[in-house]
Design a protein around this ligand. Structure first.
Ligand code: SF4
Length: 205
């Protein structure tokens, strides 16, 4: 398996949300904040402080750099917790669960930690800010295989630099890249021409 280019762990969540969003961010370098990303940044303040502490008998390391040579993956865990000889990653989300995107991101963090520390990590946790509850995520062979598949697909996406078609569904209304992506137009050259004539050149009907 090729490990170039190296994939950011965050790309896994972007890809799971929408492959086009992943390509816009990680191929084209487009970024835009909306209410959801701003809320996420605020919720991550403590995590991003890099402050380590002991909580209920566990060591909690925050903002831990992660990488995997074998997968060509790099990023950061919001937190890594250590209790006795067990270690696991923790991902913090400001809102509520949206599908399995956070689970896959968390599993990718565990794969990095397993390689870095030469340990087996059977589970991790995602903490959701809206219910203020952490969910235990088991790293089954299915989720591990899915992470491998997504990494390879993202790598292919980066190498070919081909922008996937827009999903043009309910995800778009919540998407931080809505106004860069123009999902209602992107799958139709005729609509793009009409849009440009009307909004840019002011000559549409
Ligand atoms: S606006 Fe829709 S199609 Fe475009 S990147 Fe966002 S979710 Fe994907």
């Amino acid at each position: 398996m090729s490990i170039e280019p190296v994939i950011r762990i965050s790309a896994i969540e972007h890809f799971t949300y929408c492959p086009r969003q992943c390509a816009l961010i990680h191929c084209d370098g487009v970024w835009n904040d909306n209410e959801h990303t701003v809320r996420g940044v605020r919720a991550h303040r403590r995590v991003d402080s890099g402050e380590h502490r002991t909580e209920r008998g566990r060591k909690v390391l925050r903002g831990v750099p992660l990488w995997s040579e074998s997968l060509g993956l790099s990023g950061r865990a919001d937190a890594v917790e250590i209790a006795g000889d067990q270690v696991w990653p923790v991902e913090y989300k400001a809102g509520v669960r949206h599908g399995d995107a956070a689970d896959l991101q968390l599993c990718a963090q565990a794969l990095c930690l397993e390689e870095m520390l030469e340990v087996n990590i059977p589970h991790g946790f995602v903490w959701y800010g809206k219910p203020k509850r952490r969910e235990r995520i088991a790293f089954t062979s299915e989720i591990r295989n899915e992470v491998h598949r997504i990494i390879e697909t993202i790598r292919h996406q980066l190498l070919t630099a081909k922008l996937p078609e827009s999903v043009d569904d309910e995800r778009c209304g919540q998407c931080q890249l809505l106004h860069h992506c123009l999902p209602g137009l992107s799958n139709s050259p005729r609509k793009i021409t009409r849009y440009l004539e009307k909004t840019v050149f002011g000559c549409g009907t």
